[in-house]
Write a protein that binds this ligand. Sequence first.
Ligand code: FES
Length: 107
Amino acid sequence: MPMITFVRPDGERIAFDAGGAETVMHAAVGRQVAGILGECGGSMTCATCHVFVEPEWLDRLPPISAAEDELLDATATERRDNSRLSCQIPVSEALDGLVLELPEAQI
Ligand code: FES
């Protein structure tokens, strides 16, 4: 039961059990979290699943691949040190408590 929390730019928090989803992007799209579009379905070509990861979680996520790093340069909202593409974060029990901030824009 990995509980994941998304924080909108206005501070509203959306928390839910992401269990059963393949990735954090899929979990968010499945719950219709406004602010995660996932237009490419996770094939890493759109950058519309951009999130900012709460710093304490950064080292607990899979490392950024070269392709993800490159695509993060094309996000609608400028990347930060804690930027990730949520389609590259597989859901697992280890993510229980993960907090992700939504960017102002995805397109
Ligand atoms: S869903 Fe398109 S890059 Fe993540």
